[in-house]
Design a protein around this ligand. Structure first.
Ligand code: AQP
Length: 331
């Protein structure tokens, strides 16, 4: 089974990215052939600083390695190093419905936040994402809940392509965690914890110092009640229950039972301490790994070479099926 996921090189990854995606990436290395990609081409769809992008790739690569990605047990690379991603994106455009792209929630949210230019790249973001996944004939895509719609779209794209040109692609399944699929902002618990849209105080970064983590959790917005249980009108407490359950690898019901009658103060302190302890080893390992940029480049280059060997084969199939380019003797 092949597993693929991409993550934006936005540098500072948060607890939502960590629980929703990164821990699944690490686990995926034991479940199948895992392919993980830092999507620098996606990062160009909103205004960004070119020199900063390279730095952010190193920051994010280091975070993933510190979290437990092992370049010997997965293919770990930078999207921009494998040009087949961009080529397949264009070719998949022929089987992507404009109306479907127009319905994507992420495009609506992100385009609304742009001050100057809403780039066509932002509109095309899910097509490039489909290319990333389909290029590796992927079976499973570990992601958070916010990516469900994009995965549905890429499944439609794969099916339409296969129907029109022949069975080339696997139709991928999303793998969304049961607990922690959508971690919410601690200050605005009706909105997801987010790199671009969240509040600084409500966002726990993987690299935050323990004191900062404790402060953010202790000042998380809750309701005026005292009961530690999940409910529609208790978004803040529900989020903290979900976070603690994910950190402990437990069910949210167990967390509720464990804090029955203890009040919000003791509960928040426990969440704060356990999240700080959960992230500390990643932060420490990050500090050890980040300065060796030559080694990071070496890891990404080796990953790109391995990724390319798969991607080139897929593109031969795609080009042949679509009648693009010269006839090639099969290789
Ligand atoms: N709040 C979240 N809870 C659980 N999972 C989440 N993910 C994102 N937010 C949450 C998952 O993290 C992976 C990487 O997402 P990305 O590549 O989009 O990286 P990002 O841009 O840094 O993440 P954000 O926070 O989602 O950025 P914004 O809000 O700016 O777009 C994905 O699998 C995602 O589901």
């Amino acid at each position: 089974m092949r597993i693929f996921s991409g993550i934006q090189p936005t540098g500072r990854k948060h607890l939502g990215n960590y629980i929703g995606a990164i821990t699944q990436y690490v686990a995926g290395q034991d479940r199948g052939e895992a392919v993980y990609c830092l999507v620098d081409l996606h990062a160009t769809t909103v205004p960004y600083d070119p020199a900063g992008l390279r730095e952010s790739v190193y920051d994010t690569a280091t975070t993933l390695l510190a979290a437990g990605l092992d370049p010997d047990r997965c293919i770990f690379f930078r999207q921009g190093d494998v040009q087949e991603h961009a080529e397949l994106c264009w070719l998949l455009a022929s089987v992507t419905a404009f109306g479907d792209l127009n319905r994507m929630h992420q495009f609506k949210e992100k385009s609304g936040a742009q001050r100057d230019l809403v780039s066509a790249g932002l509109f095309f973001y899910p097509v490039l994402q489909a290319a990333d996944v389909l290029l590796y004939k992927t079976n499973e895509v570990p992601v958070g809940e916010d990516q469900r719609q994009h995965i549905e779209l890429m499944r439609d794209i794969a099916e339409r392509f296969n129907g029109r040109y022949g069975e080339i692609f696997s139709v991928p399944e999303a793998r969304i965690p049961e607990v922690g699929a959508k971690i919410m902002d601690l200050q605005y618990p009706d909105s997801k914890m987010s790199t671009t849209g969240g509040s600084e105080q409500g966002t726990i970064y993987v690299l935050d110092e323990p004191e900062a983590v404790v402060k953010k959790v202790r000042s998380a917005v809750t309701d005026s009640g005292t009961e530690v249980r999940r409910a529609r009108d208790k978004a803040g407490v529900s989020n903290l229950i979900e976070i603690l359950a994910a950190v402990r690898g437990a069910e949210p019901e167990e967390v509720e039972r464990g804090f029955d009658g203890s009040g919000y103060g003791a509960f928040k302190q426990a969440v704060a301490d356990e999240v700080a302890a959960y992230l500390a080893p990643v932060r420490e390992r990050y500090a050890e790994l980040r300065s060796d940029e030559a080694e990071l480049e070496r890891i990404l280059a080796r990953g790109a070479e391995r990724a390319r060997s798969i991607a080139v084969e897929t593109m031969l199939d795609v080009r042949r099926a679509m009648g693009v380019g010269p006839v090639r003797v099969s290789q």
